[in-house]
Design a binder for this molecule. Structure first.
Ligand SMILES: [Zn+2]
Length: 416
């Protein structure tokens, strides 16, 4: 069987034929296959797509195709220039590659698909190609996906920030969190009002009017923008962020008490207690469980803070917003008497945002913390993997690629 037979089977293009498959040696052996236009076929204008009469030829170019049994494969073609009535003299459009790309569509889709599973560097190494080529492949797939994605029917969104690069630089991320469709919708630099507001600009008034739920953390600029741009939707403070804040406060208490005890020469009983206190009791191992029980005997600020945090978790069991509200009043009053500053700070915050927290109960707990938390974890992982990326553009593309659930251009043959 000849290579050309296989190519015709998996990568046939109307109006073009393959010719003269050969093995050439450029240091390492490579496969080259010529493409020529079928006789009497017309070239399509790359400006408007219409078939036009030919003008002249451009020099031959090599288009990299999916490697075959360890050989690099190149399709060689001399583009025709056409005389288009509307666009003037321009190069023809070829069906196997876009614009100035030197990689075939099929190869770009192939690399981009691997780039979902491996880091871009690993993909480049695995297929003996360059990091830039992997980047351009992913960029192509993401751009196509963003252009062709369906933005209708979005009724619930969540906004979240993630730390980016070292230092205090953030990205704002907007997710769709409808139960039937959770995906990353949008990414913006920084976490300012202006950033988040530009998401609503890009969404457009009609889509905004269809929003029923907006979830967020307590970051003030987000709260302000949600009120101004999506005031008709039910605004929910999501549980994941409230619990995360509380854990942070508890950790502050524990760390400073541990330090103080060490300095004062007391027995360091809080050593290695961090996860005992932060984990939910149900998730502790038997050994951790007995250690925790021992720790609970002590009259320490950390222990009191821990008990307050655990007590707060009962909030989520309420069904009625009114009863949940009573619980919040009761709990915050207790915390305000506790003299534990980081916990008091959280209690004040919770009081201030009580209405938004209660909206979670009004929404009948429809938006579990798991959705936002899961997306947040995946985002952090992708951002960490992409630390080598200096530019926002790279990070943006990587995030859309992994989390955007974007549609992918269809080929007639599945190469992977
Ligand atoms: Zn044209």
């Amino acid at each position: 069987m000849e290579l050309i037979t296989i190519l015709n089977q998996c990568y046939h293009h109307k109006g073009f034929v393959y010719q003269n498959a050969r093995l050439i040696d450029k240091g390492t052996p490579e496969i080259e296959v010529n493409i020529v236009p079928r006789k009497r076929s017309k070239a399509n204008c790359s400006g408007c797509g219409k078939p036009c009469s030919g003008y002249d030829h451009l020099p031959k170019r090599r288009y990299e195709f999916i490697p075959f049994w360890g050989f690099k494969v190149f399709l060689v073609y001399a583009k025709r220039r056409v005389q288009c009535r509307d666009c003037g003299v321009v190069a023809e459009a070829v069906p196997w590659a876009r614009g100035k790309h030197h990689l075939c569509d099929a190869y770009m889709l192939y690399l981009a698909d691997w780039a979902r599973k491996l880091s871009w560097k690993e993909v480049a190494q695995r297929f003996r190609t360059s990091w830039e080529k992997v980047f351009h492949s992913v960029e192509y797939v993401v751009d196509w996906g963003l252009e062709h994605r369906d933005m209708s029917g979005i009724t619930a969104i969540g906004v979240d920030e993630v730390q980016w690069h070292k230092g205090h630089r953030y990205l704002t991320l907007v997710y769709q969190i409808d139960s039937a469709n959770t995906r990353l919708l949008w990414i913006g630099k920084e976490r300012t009002e202006k950033t988040f507001s530009s998401f609503f600009d890009s969404l457009g008034e009609e889509a905004i009017s269809q929003l029923k739920f907006v979830c967020s953390d307590m970051w003030k600029p987000y709260l302000k923008v949600i009120k101004a741009r999506a005031g008709h939707a039910l605004h929910i403070l999501d549980r994941f962020h409230i619990v995360a804040r509380m854990n942070k406060a508890l950790d502050e208490v524990r760390a400073s008490e541990h330090r103080a005890m060490k300095n004062d020469g007391y027995e360091p009983i809080l050593t290695k207690s961090r996860w005992l206190l932060l984990k939910r009791p149900a998730n502790l191992t038997t050994v951790q469980d007995s250690k925790l029980k021992e720790l609970l005997q002590y009259n320490l600020q950390s222990i009191r803070a821990y008990l307050l945090k655990e007590e707060f978790q009962h909030l989520w069991d309420y069904v009625s917003p009114a009863w949940a509200g009573n619980f919040i009043d009761h709990w915050t009053t207790k915390v305000m008497r506790s003299k534990i500053e980081p916990m008091k700070r959280e209690a004040r915050t919770i009081r201030r945002h009580k209405d938004l927290i209660l909206n979670w109960f009004i929404a009948k707990k429809a938006f579990s913390s798991g959705v936002v938390e899961g997306l947040n974890t995946k985002v952090k992982l992708t951002v960490r993997k992409s630390y080598g990326f200096r530019t926002f553009k790279c990070t943006e593309i990587a995030l859309y690629h992994v989390l955007g659930k974007l549609p992918v251009p269809k080929l007639t043959h599945e190469f992977y």
